[in-house]
Design a binder for this molecule. Structure first.
Ligand SMILES: Cc1cc2nc3c(=O)[nH]c(=O)nc-3n(C[C@H](O)[C@H](O)[C@H](O)COP(=O)(O)OP(=O)(O)OC[C@H]3O[C@@H](n4cnc5c(N)ncnc54)[C@H](O)[C@@H]3O)c2cc1C
Length: 598
C-alpha cells in the first residue's frame, strides 16, 4: 500500500468510527441508495400537536409584534451591530432558549416549532437569524445534548434568558472544511484538575459578545499516543484568552460579530469538558445537525420574502405598457421561486421532525436540507434581484443587503461542496458494502455464503422491485408512482456507478455531485408529496384551499423529476474527461488518467 492509500484507509476508518457507531434503523436517505422508500421518515407530513400549536401561535404572535416594532434590518446592516435592546427582546420573547427544557428556564419547544420561529426571523433579517442560530442552534447545543445535569444546572439558566450569550468555536486556519484537522491543543495539567488550551480560532460568530464558548481542542487519547478532539466550555475571562479581532469586517450579515481569538496557556477546569474525552468531533457534527436544520428554516423565511417582493414588484412595475408579471420570462422566475419555497418549507418541517421523533442518524437528511435550501435561496435572491432590475442594485433596496447576506449560507456550517460529496459517499456506502460482500466471497468462497447471499438478494430485490410511495390523495397517485420508479432507476444507476468505478468513485466528485443531486431532489420531492397530500386531505376535510401553493407544489414535482432524470443521464453522458483535463491544464497539474464515466 502506498502512502496515499494508507492515508485514505485511515480516513475511511476514522469516518466509519464517527458516523456508523451502534445499530441504526435505516433512514430515508440511506434507504434511497438501497432502492427503498422509507415512508415513515417522510409521511405522514409532520403536524404540530394541537396543544403545542397553540403555544407556538401565541409565541409567533408575540415575536411578530416585537419584530415589527423593534427590528430594523437596514439599521443593523448599516451600523454593523445588533442593538442590545433587540437581543433583550429576543430573550424576553423566549427565542434565545426556545428548545431548552423548561426546568432550566427554556420554553421546551420542539425543533419543528423552533424552526417556525426562525423562519419568521430569517424572513426579516439574516444578521439576526445568524446571531440567534449561533447562540441557540449551535452555541448552547453541545451543552443541551452532551452536558451533565450539573453542567446544565450551572451554565444554562443565564444562557436561555439571554443574560449571557453563547458561541460555537470549531473553525481555525487549518480546520475549515477539514473540521477534523483542529490544531488547538488541550494538555492536562500536572495535577489533572485542568486542561491547558493553546491555539487560535477564527470566523467565530458571537465570539466577542459571548460569555460562554464551546471550543473544540485536540487532546491525547488516554492510554495511547493518538490525539482526538474534545469539546470544552470556555469563558473569555479565563487567563490566556485574547480577543484578536472582535468584529472582522465582512460582506454580509454585518450585524453579527464574527471574531478571531487566541488561547495562550489557558487553563480550563476538567469539569468544563462536554461529552466524552476524544469524542469532540462527534459532538461538533451532532451540533451542526441542529444548525443545518435551522439554516433550512432561515433560508425558507428569506426565500418567502424574495417571492413576496418579486410578486409585488412584478404586479406594480410597468414597461412596454404591461406589468412585468405579464412577461413569460418573469413568470418563469416567479413560478420557480414559489415551487422552491413550497419544497424548502416541507423539507425543513420533515427534517426537524426527525430530530423531534428521536430518530438516529439524520446526518444525511440535515446535509441535504442545508445544501438544497441554501442553493435555492441563492437562486431566489438572484431572481428577485433580476426582476427588480436597476432598483435592486442600490443600497436603498433591501435586496442589495439580502444578496450580500445570502452568500454566507453556501459556505458556513460545511460548504455545499463538502456536504454534497458527503451525501454521495455515505449513501453509496450501503450498496457498496453489499457489493463488497458479494465480491469478497466470490474470490474467497471459504468465507461462507451466508452474508453474501443476503447481500445478493438485497441487490437483486432492489433491482426488480419498484418501491411504493404511499399517498392518500387519488390525485397524487401518478406522481407517487413516478417517484417510486425514479428511486428504482436511481438505485440501478448507483449500482452501475459502483460496479464501473469501484473504489476510485470516492475521489470522483463529478459523479458524486450527480448522485447526491438526484438524492436531494428525491428527498425534496418526497417532502413535497407528503405536504401536498396532507394539504389535500385537509382541503377535503375543511373545504379550505390555497390553489397557488398547490400549483407550486405540482410544478416542483414536475421540475424535480426532470432534474433527477437529467442527473442520472449525465452519469454516463457527460464531458467530465474534457472538463477535468481542462482544469488540470489551467491549474498546471499533471495529467492523471482516470475512468470517469464519460
Ligand atoms: C461569516 C462567517 C461566520 C462563521 N461562523 C462560524 C462559527 O460560528 N463557528 C465556526 O466554527 N465556524 C464559523 N465559520 C466558519 C465556516 O464554517 C467555514 O468558513 C467553513 O467551514 C469553510 O471553511 P473555510 O472558510 O476555511 O474554507 P476552505 O476549507 O478553505 O474551503 C474553501 C472552499 O473550497 C472548497 N472545498 C473545500 N474542501 C473541499 C472538498 N473536500 N471538496 C470540494 N470542494 C472543497 C469549497 O468550495 C469551499 O467553500 C464562519 C464563517 C463565516 C464566513
Amino acid at each position: 500500500m502506498n502512502e496515499a492509500e494508507i492515508q485514505r484507509q485511515k480516513e475511511i476508518k476514522e469516518a466509519e468510527e464517527l458516523l456508523f457507531t451502534g445499530p441504526q434503523a435505516l433512514g430515508f436517505a440511506k434507504g434511497l441508495f438501497l432502492g427503498r422508500f422509507v415512508s415513515d421518515w417522510a409521511m405522514p407530513y409532520p403536524r404540530i400537536p394541537a396543544a403545542q400549536q397553540a403555544e407556538l401561535d401565541k409565541s409567533l404572535t408575540e415575536i411578530r409584534e416585537f419584530l415589527d416594532r423593534e427590528l430594523d434590518p437596514t439599521a443593523i446592516d448599516r451600523n454593523a451591530d445588533i442593538p442590545r435592546s433587540l437581543i433583550d427582546g429576543l430573550a424576553r420573547t423566549g427565542v434565545l432558549g426556545m428548545t431548552a427544557p423548561k426546568e432550566f428556564g427554556g420554553r421546551g419547544f420542539s425543533q419543528r416549532a423552533y424552526c417556525k420561529i426562525l423562519e419568521e426571523i430569517g424572513a426579516r433579517c439574516a444578521s439576526t437569524s445568524v446571531f440567534t442560530n449561533a447562540h441557540h442552534s449551535i452555541g448552547i447545543r453541545a451543552l443541551l445534548l452532551f452536558g451533565t445535569r450539573e453542567q446544565k444546572q450551572r451554565w444554562l439558566p443565564p444562557l436561555v434568558t439571554g443574560e449571557q450569550l453563547a458561541a460555537f468555536a470549531l473553525t481555525e486556519e487549518e480546520a475549515g472544511s477539514d473540521a477534523a484537522n483542529v490544531q488547538t491543543t488541550a494538555t492536562p495539567s500536572a495535577d489533572g484538575s485542568h486542561f491547558i488550551l493553546n491555539g487560535e480560532k477564527r470566523y467565530i460568530t458571537n465570539a466577542s459578545i459571548a460569555q460562554v464558548l464551546t471550543v473544540m481542542a485536540r487532546t491525547l487519547v488516554p492510554g495511547s499516543d493518538k490525539t482526538a478532539i474534545t469539546a470544552f466550555l470556555v469563558t473569555p475571562d479565563m487567563p490566556g484568552f485574547a480577543m484578536l479581532e472582535p468584529r472582522m469586517e465582512k460582506l454580509g450579515i454585518k450585524g453579527t460579530a464574527t471574531g478571531r481569538f487566541a488561547m495562550r496557556d489557558m487553563p480550563v477546569p476538567k469539569e468544563n469538558i462536554l461529552g466524552p474525552i476524544g469524542k469532540g468531533l462527534k459532538v461538533a457534527l451532532t451540533v451542526l445537525d441542529f444548525g443545518r436544520t435551522t439554516f433550512g428554516a432561515c433560508c425558507t423565511g428569506a426565500a418567502k420574502t424574495c417571492l413576496q417582493m418579486a410578486v409585488e414588484h412584478a404586479n406594480k412595475r410597468r414597461q412596454f405598457k404591461k406589468t412585468l408579471g405579464d412577461f413569460d420570462l418573469v413568470k418563469k422566475k416567479i413560478a420557480r421561486m414559489a415551487a422552491d419555497v413550497y419544497a424548502m418549507e416541507a423539507m425543513t418541517a420533515v427534517t426537524a421532525s426527525l430530530i423531534d421523533r428521536g430518530l438516529e442518524d439524520y446526518m444525511m437528511e440535515t446535509a441535504m436540507l442545508k445544501v438544497f435550501t441554501t442553493d435555492r435561496l441563492w437562486e431566489a435572491v438572484n431572481d428577485a434581484f433580476q426582476i427588480h432590475g436597476g432598483s435592486a442594485y442600490f443600497t436603498t433596496s433591501p435586496l442589495e443587503r439580502m444578496l450580500r447576506d445570502a452568500r454566507i449560507n453556501q459556505i458556513g456550517e460545511g460548504s455545499n461542496e463538502v456536504l454534497t460529496s458527503f451525501i454521495a459517499l455515505v449513501g453509496m456506502r450501503g450498496p457498496g458494502m453489499e457489493f463488497k460482500e458479494i465480491y469478497d466471497t466470490m474470490f474467497n468462497p471459504a468465507r461462507g455464503l451466508g452474508k453474501a447471499w443476503t447481500a445478493g438478494m438485497n441487490r437483486l430485490g432492489a433491482a426488480v422491485k419498484v418501491p411504493s410511495v404511499p399517498v392518500k390523495s387519488d390525485s397524487l397517485k401518478a406522481q407517487a408512482s413516478q417517484l417510486g420508479r425514479l428511486i428504482w432507476r436511481f438505485n440501478l444507476s448507483v449500482n452501475k456507478a459502483l460496479i464501473k468505478h469501484r473504489e476510485p468513485v470516492m475521489d470522483m466528485q463529478l459523479i458524486q455531485e450527480r448522485i447526491a443531486g438526484a438524492a436531494m431532489e428525491m428527498f425534496a420531492s418526497a417532502c413535497v408529496l407528503s405536504r401536498l397530500d396532507s394539504d389535500l386531505q385537509g382541503i377535503n376535510q375543511n373545504g379550505a384551499s390555497a390553489p397557488a401553493s398547490r400549483r407550486a407544489a405540482q410544478l416542483f414535482l414536475r421540475q424535480s423529476f426532470h432534474r433527477i432524470r437529467w442527473f442520472l443521464s449525465e452519469l454516463t453522458d457527460n464531458d467530465d474527461a474534457e472538463l477535468l483535463a481542462t482544469a488540470n491544464s489551467v491549474l498546471g497539474k499533471e495529467e492523471r488518467p482516470r475512468s470517469n464515466g464519460a
